[in-house]
Every structure is written in structure tokens, then in C-alpha cells.
Design a protein. Structure first.
Length: 192
């Protein structure tokens, strides 16, 4: 089975994440997309982040009606900070019959040359890149690389940062979250 791995803190997961993941399973050769809920990115400062357990619970709620979308907590037990190459090795060991690919935004591709062991990632895995509005140029080697697939997914301009800020300001952003996620976040009084 060909699995797309969509990494993120998902603090919280929102409809933009689901739209991109669903687009990948419906309009590419990926059979499933797994949201890999990560405890801490080496490129992000620790922000006001819900606990791993709560972010995973919210992600599980978000995908419960989508059989081709799953979640993974594989990084919760890996040394911090997590590096993608280490996680990929763990996935290979745990699921030897699956073929894993990375899903990333175009903005992440621009900094991909800074990732730990990025050459090994490119040698062994395909990358599925969705468009993002961002500054800067993509390294030439990445714009023509045979293992990098640019996917013409919709450009989503919703961010978890925006969601958290809006919730703190008591705005009704229920349309930007799956209905079951909105209910859960509201009931648990998260981000307020």
C-alpha cells in the first residue's frame, strides 16, 4: 500500500489539512494519508501547544468519517526533537509492506536542503508537494527532481495559528474546523 505521510503539530487540525489530505488520496496514486502528529518540530519554537494526547485525540476525531485518512503517534516515543529521517526509518521497520511518501507544502520544499539527511530522504522516498503562497525560490535540484511530484491541490490559506488566535478572541470559526472537532474543542474549552 502506498501511504502519504503528512507531518505536523496539528495544533489544531483544521479543514485545510483535511482538504489537502483528501485531495492527495483522490487525485494522486496515494492510497491513504496518515497525519503524523509530531510533538515538536526542530524548526518551530515551542508555542502554546496542546498536549500530544489532546492533539492526537482531535486528529482522530477529524478523520473518523474518512476511511482513507488515518493518524499516527509514532513520533511520541522518539527522541526530541524529531527528525523526519528517523521517523521514516521507524515506519519502514513497523510496516515493511507499505511504501511511504512525504507530503509537504511548497514552502517546506524551499528549505528542504536544511533537513537532516535530506539526500537520503530524496534517494529513498517520493515527495508530494502541494502549493503554498510563500516567498523565496525552490532549489533548482528540487524543481526538476524525478521523486518530487508537484500536486495541483487547492491553495488553502487557513492556518492553525489563525484558528488559535481567533478562538482566543472568541470568534466563530466553526466553518474552518470539521464539525466534530469544533464541538470537541468548544466542549473542552481549548485555546480560549
Amino acid at each position: 500500500m502506498k501511504i502519504g505521510l503528512f507531518f505536523g503539530t496539528f495544533n489544531p487540525i483544521h479543514i485545510g489539512h483535511l482538504i489537502i489530505a483528501n485531495y492527495m488520496v483522490e487525485f494522486s496514486d496515494l492510497e491513504e494519508v496518515w497525519f503524523v502528529v509530531t510533538p515538536q518540530s526542530p524548526f518551530k519554537k515551542k508555542i502554546a501547544m496542546l498536549s500530544n494526547h489532546h492533539r492526537l485525540a482531535i486528529a482522530n476525531i477529524a478523520v473518523e468519517n474518512y476511511p482513507k485518512l488515518k493518524t499516527s503517534d509514532i513520533e511520541f516515543n522518539l527522541p526530541q526533537p524529531n527528525y523526519t529521517i528517523n521517523t521514516l526509518v521507524q515506519f519502514e521497520e513497523k510496516f515493511p509492506n507499505h511504501q511511504f511518501c512525504l507530503i509537504m507544502g511548497e514552502d517546506n520544499l524551499k528549505g528542504f536542503h536544511k533537513w537532516k539527511n535530506y539526500e537520503a530522504i530524496l534517494q529513498n522516498y517520493e515527495l508530494y508537494v502541494y502549493p503554498r503562497i510563500s516567498d523565496g525560490k525552490t532549489e533548482h535540484e528540487f524543481s526538476t527532481h524525478p521523486k518530487i511530484h508537484k500536486v495541483n491541490a487547492p491553495i488553502i490559506q487557513i492556518s492553525s495559528t489563525f484558528i488559535r488566535k481567533a478562538l482566543q478572541e472568541k470568534k466563530d470559526i466553526s466553518t474552518m474546523l470539521p464539525e466534530n472537532v469544533w464541538k470537541y474543542i468548544d466542549e473542552m474549552n481549548f485555546y480560549k
